[in-house]
Each structure stands twice: as structure tokens, then as C-alpha cells.
Write a protein that binds this ligand. Structure first.
Ligand code: NAP
Length: 281
């Protein structure tokens, strides 16, 4: 079994992005800018945002974090997004989720100019992705896609099973695999026989949020298995895939941590640079 080392692939991608930022700076005399809005003091969100800022700085992006207390009014956030939409030095805007209950997530997502939507959550980008047009692609599925492609460049005709149908992961993942001419099955909590579906798959992407749901005898020999899950358990952080069991069957598997996670942040940087490049045309 081959361990798909997301840490290594993400480091390679960051190196390429750093080079690209240097070239863009020489050509345009400015660098792409990423602005993150962080509301409240949830510890995981603070850690994510800190890591995003650190990585953005590392590759040479202009990076800014705007912080609001939990009590901030929705109107204030929407007005700030409008300002950022109009600010030419800002290439990408990300509002860290989850949001406090009194703020309408969909309103916030739709307030972001689709051309600066580095999360790829705006309905315009969701539509463009599913129609096969150029769009920002949500960072985690984009990271999964790049890992799969690195390992197996030609996916045409492969059978893929995506476990989970969230807007964040499962649905965009399905679109990316379809674009590569995979035959894709998307499964969810009402799927009758998940094991039988997984056993058909050449590629499994698990994005569920249930520790070690995908077992060794669910995976056919030579499958590529991508584990998106990050689950806190008494035994530490585990994925949605039973690593020890599945590693005995699969051809390739991502570890948790060190698989999809590092790719997510690298893809946020990639999306910011891509938004900048499109804005310069
Ligand atoms: P989510 O929004 O909670 O969606 C979970 C999906 O799993 C839903 O579609 C749900 O089906 C499905 N599901 C639940 N129980 C199931 C079962 N028994 N069998 C099959 N499907 C089932 O989760 P998410 O935001 O996509 O996140 C999934 C996991 O990825 C979490 O562990 C999260 O922490 C992790 N994550 C990791 C990264 C990263 O960078 N690595 C980024 C984001 C998320 P229904 O639609 O029927 O409810």
C-alpha cells in the first residue's frame, strides 16, 4: 500500500505557488491579497485562520485577518464584505465558518463577489463548477482531487464512490470526478448498503464525520482511498476510514492527519492566486 503524503504534496504545491507569486509580482508590480474575516473566538476557527495566515505569508501573498466579536451585527459584516469587494488590493475573501447563529450564512456567502470567492461556495461558482465552466473550487475537494491526480493521472472510466453529500465536500468532489470521466456514485446517510457501494469503487472519497466508518472489508483490492474526515476521539484525531484495516487492502490511502488537511490550505492559496490572475486579464 502506498501512503499518499498530503504534507509532501502540499509543500511542493506551496513551493510552486511561491514561485508564481514572485513572477506575478515582477509582471504586475503587485501581489495577490487574501482577506479572512473571523467572527467570534471558537478555538478551532482561530487555529485554522492562524494557519491560513501563516501559509499565505510564506508564499508571499498579502494577507489580512479582520476579527469581529461574536456579537457583531450581520449588517456590519455585509458592509465590510462590500468594501472588500471594491478593494482592488484584495483578490480573495474568505469568511471563516461556522458563524454565530444570528448571522445568515447564505447571505454572507452570496455577498462575496464570486470573482473573489476563494472558498468556492457562492452559488455562481457552484453552478459554474457543475456546468464545467471555470470557477473557484472548494479547497478541500480540490485538494483531494490534486492528490488523486498526482497518484493516478488518468481517471477516465474509473468507478468512484463519494461518501457524504455536503456542499463543502461531497457534492463538489463528485463534480471534479465527473469532469475526469469517472462514473460517480454519491452516497449519504440514507444509502441502503454503503459497504456494497464502496466495494464497487476504484476510488473512494470519504467525507462523513464518523470515525473509522469505512472498514477494511468495504474496500476492494487496488482501490485509491481518500480520507477527508477529521474526528476527535479518545484515541486522538482519526479519519472516516479505518486506517489499519483499509491499508491492508487499498492500493493507496491518505493518512489522518497529514493527508487531505495540508492540501486544503495550500488550495486556498492556489485559489487566491487564481482569482488574482483572472482579475488581471
Ligand atoms: P457534513 O456537512 O456533516 O456532511 C456529512 C455527510 O455525511 C452528509 O452528506 C451525510 O448524509 C453523510 N453521512 C452521515 N452519516 C452517514 C452514514 N452513516 N453513511 C453515509 N453517509 C453519511 O460534513 P462535512 O462538512 O462534509 O465534513 C465531513 C468530514 O470532513 C468531517 O469529519 C470534517 O471534520 C472533515 N473535514 C475535513 C477537512 C479537511 O481539510 N481535511 C475540511 C472540511 C471537513 P446526509 O446528507 O444524508 O445527512
Amino acid at each position: 500500500m502506498i501512503l499518499i503524503d498530503g504534507k509532501k504534496v502540499a509543500a511542493e504545491l506551496r513551493k510552486e505557488l511561491k514561485q508564481e507569486v514572485t513572477e506575478l509580482k515582477a509582471k504586475h508590480n503587485k501581489v495577490p491579497g487574501l482577506t479572512v474575516i473571523l467572527i467570534g473566538d471558537l478555538t478551532p476557527s482561530q487555529i485554522y485562520v492562524k494557519n491560513k495566515e501563516k501559509s499565505a505569508n510564506e508564499v508571499g501573498l498579502k494577507s489580512e485577518v479582520i476579527k469581529y466579536p461574536d456579537s457583531v451585527e450581520e449588517k456590519t459584516v455585509l458592509e465590510k464584505i462590500q468594501d472588500l469587494n471594491n478593494d482592488e488590493t484584495v483578490s480573495g475573501i474568505l469568511v471563516q465558518l461556522p458563524l454565530p447563529k444570528h448571522i445568515d450564512k447564505q447571505k454572507v456567502i452570496e455577498a462575496i463577489d464570486p470573482s473573489k470567492d476563494v472558498d468556492g461556495f457562492h452559488p455562481m461558482n457552484v453552478g459554474n463548477l457543475s456546468s464545467g465552466y471555470e470557477s473557484s473550487i472548494p479547497c478541500t475537494p480540490l485538494g483531494c482531487y490534486l492528490l488523486i491526480k498526482k497518484f493516478e493521472p488518468n481517471l477516465s472510466g474509473k468507478k468512484a464512490v463519494v461518501v457524504g453529500r455536503s456542499n463543502l465536500n461531497g457534492k463538489p468532489m463528485t463534480q471534479l470526478l465527473l469532469k475526469e470521466n469517472c462514473t460517480v456514485t454519491i452516497t449519504h446517510s440514507k444509502t441502503k448498503d454503503l459497504k456494497a457501494e464502496c466495494l464497487e469503487a476504484d476510488i473512494i472519497v470519504a467525507a462523513v464525520g464518523i470515525p473509522e466508518l469505512v472498514r477494511g472489508d468495504w474496500v476492494k483490492k487496488d482501490a485509491i482511498v481518500i480520507d477527508v474526515g477529521i474526528n476527535k476521539t479518545d484515541n486522538g484525531i482519526v479519519g472516516d476510514v479505518h486506517f489499519d484495516e483499509v491499508s491492508k487492502n487499498a492500493k493507496a490511502l491518505t493518512p489522518v492527519p497529514g493527508g487531505v488537511g495540508p492540501m486544503t490550505i495550500a488550495c486556498l492559496l492556489k485559489n487566491t492566486i487564481d482569482c488574482f490572475k483572472r482579475s488581471q486579464i
